[in-house]
Design a protein around this ligand. Structure first.
Ligand code: NAP
Length: 316
């Protein structure tokens, strides 16, 4: 059993969670941040963050490390663990008990900033080939495919950014997308046009992954004609969006039909007092770094206000 009890426990150290830590800690609360991987969340997969105000071109890794140091400078404690479940207190004001793989923790309030996980296509062979030619992160794994032929699957900002980066190091990049237009920003679509080693297979889906030990090709089906063709590749980068990893804590927060957490304007759960949600796992329209940190500031402040109310003090 963990010796120390905290005012606020934050599950997930992405930009939303770490921003929440800064806001709760600066309000004088003891803060524990629990993360199952390394801090930073999805932003560490971005080579250059170009749309975050006032820090053009900052690398995702540098952004995450700076944010973590900022939270630690305000005495937020970081802990590596994977949280399996959280028990709500029998009465308001008692401690939540947080069950991790490695330890147990207690806190008066909880901020869930668990983010999203990568969507898979759902094809046979897929799990076997992840890490063997199939990757979810061009910034992390792109260098393995220097001078080779790769494909990127998806039409959002991630796919467009991945393709632009890969075009600078790979022999060829084939973007495969299920529609005739991209979901991602026009600026990214335009940026990609300057590379002459990028090919487009539009209105098509991947219906088969071939390869035994390593991926060797994908079979692509044209949505309009139904025709299939095989495209030889050495690597496949999946960028077909994310799915919420929210249902684990459905005892604490209402989950909508798509699996996202539903909270009120102060990021508070409508089910259990003292529980807050920040970041991409929250039900909302725009998922950006800016909206993640905005959530973090609201949830961190709301959790601090909740602790003050428990202590009979008003939070200003
Ligand atoms: P996304 O915006 O959800 O795009 C996912 C893409 O995958 C879409 O083009 C979608 O097609 C396609 N797709 C979804 N399910 C599929 C399936 N089962 N089979 C085939 N294709 C499928 O995901 P994302 O690009 O990872 O971005 C996630 C969030 O992060 C977004 O809010 C995005 O704006 C943000 N982001 C921002 C930046 C930036 O601002 N620089 C960079 C990266 C990510 P349809 O278009 O047909 O739906």
């Amino acid at each position: 059993m963990s010796a120390k009890k905290y005012d606020v426990a934050i599950i997930g150290a992405g930009p939303a969670g770490m921003t929440a830590a800064i806001y709760s800690a600066r309000a004088g609360k003891s803060v524990l941040v629990i993360e199952k991987k390394s801090p930073g969340g999805q932003i560490v997969n971005t080579l250059e963050v170009d749309n975050y105000p006032a820090t053009p071109g900052i690398s995702g890794v540098k952004y995450a490390m700076t944010l973590q140091k900022q939270a630690q400078d305000f005495d937020a404690v970081f802990q590596f663990d994977e949280i399996k479940s959280i028990d709500e207190p029998k009465k308001e004001g008692d401690y939540f008990v947080i069950h991790g793989k490695n330890d147990e923790y207690e806190a008066l309030s909880i901020i869930l900033s668990t983010g999203l996980e990568n969507r898979k296509i759902g094809l046979e062979n897929e799990d076997k080939l992840v890490g063997h030619g199939i990757s979810f992160c061009a910034a992390c794994d792109g260098a393995f495919f220097k001078g080779k032929d790769v494909a990127v699957y998806g039409g959002g900002n991630t796919a467009l950014e991945d393709a632009s980066y890969l075009a600078t190091i790979c022999k060829s990049v084939t973007i495969i997308h299920r529609r005739d237009r991209f979901r991602g920003e026009q600026a990214l679509v335009d940026a990609l046009k300057k590379y002459d080693n990028v090919n487009y297979i539009m209105e098509s889906t991947i219906v088969e992954l071939k390869g035994d030990k390593l991926i060797e090709s994908v079979v692509v089906k044209d949505k309009n004609t139904g025709e299939t063709k095989e495209v030889k590749i050495n690597g496949l980068f999946l960028a077909i969006g994310q799915i919420p990893s929210g249902a684990d804590f459905a005892n604490l927060v209402k989950v909508d039909e798509r699996g996202y957490y539903e909270v009120d304007e102060s990021c508070a759960s409508k089910l259990v007092a003292g529980v807050f949600v920040a970041g991409d796992g929250r039900s909302k329209k725009i998922r950006q770094l800016t909206t993640a940190v905005a959530d973090g500031s609201v949830a961190g402040s709301s959790a601090a206000a909740y602790i003050d109310r428990l202590n009979g003090r008003e939070y200003v």
